[in-house]
Design a binder for this molecule. Structure first.
Ligand SMILES: [Fe+2]
Length: 380
């Protein structure tokens, strides 16, 4: 939810935050005595940097149910959308390939694909009732497995911001659609970090990059925010093996290690990866990668399916019905007594035509902690 001071149409409250920030920085700098010209230049630089990265203020609403949606074939029926409406999620994360809008030269085609999504039964109802946060993967970006060299990436960026009503989350001149926000009061804070793995992505390789330097620096800043639980969302999987034919951060080994290291170095607790791209649901786990286990909840393909591929990190059954939906339910507080139950999240995938439960995976929030002596950004 980043809004530069110069953004048009920003809510007054957001503008006020930025004005206050700018004023604070100017005031702090103006107390420096020598070198007034240099002080002014430093202030401008700091304000420019801050306005590029400062997100909207925390949203006080407690998030208890999060719907996950991705890989949506907009020409086909989508009965799962009504199942999401019925489940009343507080928030829906659109994790990419939200439409299949591949085009080499026609931005209007991307708009038409989004219009088909908006016309689907349940979409507007869900949008009216839930907080939407979206990122893209290759097909809604506009080109299969494409990255930084996609010719229409700026046009697609503008269409994305407008369709998802993310003008206040993503500055128009940002080099991607990444954004973040913290929700809930202390003790129940969920930080959602939506990454953009397309706009700056290089071709896969040992030292190839996924995010671009600006997004890396932005991510390090976001991880300083206090939160008990953090969802880091990527359009393609972080933990899937590199030997498959599909996209995965494992095909960018230095970038993936950089991602793990930036989390470890931040001492941020509570990180869980959320990913899409494959047309089924599964959970992957990599021991100790973040200073604690890296856990990835992957779900996509709400109206399509495909055979699952080998994944040495998989620790769950695979949910692969054609029409499907998935939720994460969060129990923020531990209970005590005879029925003591630690704070936890529960990831579940369902068949959307029968409501049969296909996958359930529980993570106690205590599992997402650094070693006890480590300093953490949990605000405690
Ligand atoms: Fe897909």
């Amino acid at each position: 939810m980043c809004v530069p001071v110069t953004a048009s149409g920003s809510p007054i409250g957001v503008r006020t935050v930025h004005i206050l920030l700018a004023t604070a920085l100017l005031t702090a700098s103006s107390t420096t005595t020598p070198g007034s010209v240099r002080v002014a230049a430093d202030s401008e630089h700091r304000i420019a940097a801050a306005s590029r990265w400062v997100e909207l203020p925390p949203d006080p609403r407690t998030i208890q149910r999060v719907g996950i949606i991705g890989c949506h074939q907009q020409p086909r029926p989508t009965p799962a959308l009504m199942r999401y409406v019925a489940a009343k999620p507080d928030m829906v994360l659109w994790v990419g390939d939200n439409v299949y809008a591949d085009t080499k030269d026609d931005p209007a085609h991307i708009e038409r694909c989004y219009a088909q999504l908006e016309a689907k039964p349940g979409f507007r109802e869900l949008r009216d009732r839930s907080i939407f946060m979206a990122t893209w993967d290759d097909h809604d970006y506009g080109s299969n497995d494409d990255g930084r060299n996609y010719a229409l990436k700026k046009q697609s960026h503008a269409i994305f911001r407008s369709f998802w009503r993310h003008e206040d989350r993503i500055p128009s001149d940002r080099d991607g659609v990444y954004h973040a926000q913290v929700f809930g009061p202390p003790g129940s804070r969920l930080q959602v970090i939506m990454l953009d793995g397309r706009f700056n992505r290089e071709d896969p390789g040992e030292s190839a990059d996924t995010l671009g330097e600006t997004q890396w620096a932005w991510l390090a800043e976001q991880l300083k925010a206090p939160a008990e639980l953090r969802f880091i969302v990527s359009g393609y999987q972080v933990l899937l093996d590199r030997e498959t034919k599909f996209e995965t951060w494992a095909k960018f080994p230095q970038a993936r290690e950089r991602l793990f290291k930036i989390i470890r170095d931040s001492n941020a607790q509570g990180v869980v990866f959320i990913a899409g791209d494959q047309h089924y649901g599964e959970v992957s786990r990599m021991r100790g990668a973040l200073g604690y286990d890296a856990i990835e909840l992957m779900f996509a393909g709400i109206n399509q399916d495909e055979p699952w591929v080998f994944n040495s990190s998989r620790v769950s059954p695979v949910a692969n019905s054609t029409h499907s939906y998935a939720h994460i339910d969060i129990q923020w507080a531990s209970t005590t007594g005879d029925n003591a139950d630690p704070a936890h999240l529960l990831f579940r995938c369902f068949n959307a035509e029968t409501d049969a439960l296909e996958l359930t995976y529980r993570v106690n929030l205590d599992e997402l902690r650094m070693a006890k002596d480590a300093k953490t950004n949990d605000g405690r």
